[in-house]
Design a protein around this ligand. Sequence first.
Ligand code: SF4
Length: 489
Amino acid sequence: MDTFINLNIVPEKDIVAAFDHMTAVKSKIPSPAYAVVRTLGCQMNEHDSEKLAGMLENMGYTIVDDYKKNKVDLVIFNTCCIRENAEGKVLGRLGELKMIKRSNPGMILAVCGCMTEQPHIVDIIKKKHKHVNLVFGTHDIYRFPAMLEKTLETGRNVYDISSTRGEMAEVPEGLPIRREDKTKAWVTVMYGCNNFCSYCIVPYVRGRERSRSPQDILNEIMRLDAEGYKEITLLGQNVNSYGKDLAKNNEKPCSFALLLEEICEKLESNKESSIKRIRFMTSHPKDLSDELIDVMARHSLICNQLHLPVQSGSTEILKKMNRRYSRDQYLALVDRIRAKMPDIALSTDIIVGFPGESEENFEDTLSLVKQVRYDSAYTFIYSPRVGTPAASSPEQIDEETVKARFNKLLDAHNTICKEINDTYLGKTVEVLVDGPSKNDPNHFSGRTSENKIVNFIVDENKISKKDIVGKLIDIKITGIQTWSLDGEM
Ligand code: SF4
């Protein structure tokens, strides 16, 4: 691995200062102190929440999961703004917390994440939710301890919105992380997005692309390996453009394909390595290179699964979405992927009812879904986001038409999904065990390399329930559901 100098990194002195603020907060809060971290949205947010929880633990808080059951000292909402209903949910919860705060006035309430990068949302919070003590965005998570210290010290609300710094925001390294899962871990490889799809708010709230240095990523993965993690998922809004910004700062560029190859080689060279699976998301089809396909095909460590958001099957709509690929280019890419990995499980995201979508455009999406035959698809009804070009389009589609199209798409996809799952009947698959079902402690579930959920009953003659979590075990598939498989050990 070449030595990269990442000029995007938060200066070490600022991280040291963050730890000083954590110590200062610890001296100001009661002991014991309890905190709840609530997350909405994508894996990036989930992982940010693990960093927030890591810092909170470092400050002396014990993380609990419910602010209604327990009297807690701090509640933080890490928010999402990708769809309107996610925002509505948070604002509703803030109203609910007003009542809770009345009986527990010392409780600190914080709101952060993508939603708070939007000035109109901050205005709403400032005017209607004065009981919120702390508001901050996505870029400066490492400044959270300083903000918390300030609000504890002064009793005043702190609003620290950094959207204007988004383009230059630096990558924080060395923050404590409290990982929820002890088997699977997320590793961020890059932040932000440069693509400006016309419906998407992400580039506005997460800023431009900033890659972590390959060395920092590798170091983190090696630590996870030493800690016994079995699966890692590399995260980025568009992992396929990883390294482009590093190339500006270094003589030698590093692509995502190179990074992945390096990670695989390093793990494969260690026979004792605990990491057995690597996933990554999200891949923008326009940036997915043939080199990456080759790396995926070469290394069995990389799961036999790829999330490849298509969004629409109509070239006309893709153009309006500013996706910068056509239907034919997408289908050609799928062919290239399947030529190297014939049984790969593909998943996708699809938006129904994008402004201007005609019946014919929708039929194109339907036919693409039938042609590609995705293992899973996240289908969404278009949700206008303030500030994006699509939101101001005069061609918005009426609700009834969108719902009818959405249901038609869902029916077609569900049929395909069940047909694909049917091919698993009688096969034996390797499953990484997640844990027991919430409703029935005798039922466990796990995932295959293709990301299929497999439910099964533990045979305690073979392995005890407490030992099975995090193990890779063989399961024979005996039953098929639309969204999952049933099996026996
Ligand atoms: S690639 Fe497009 S959809 Fe994905 S985060 Fe960037 S702008 Fe949004």
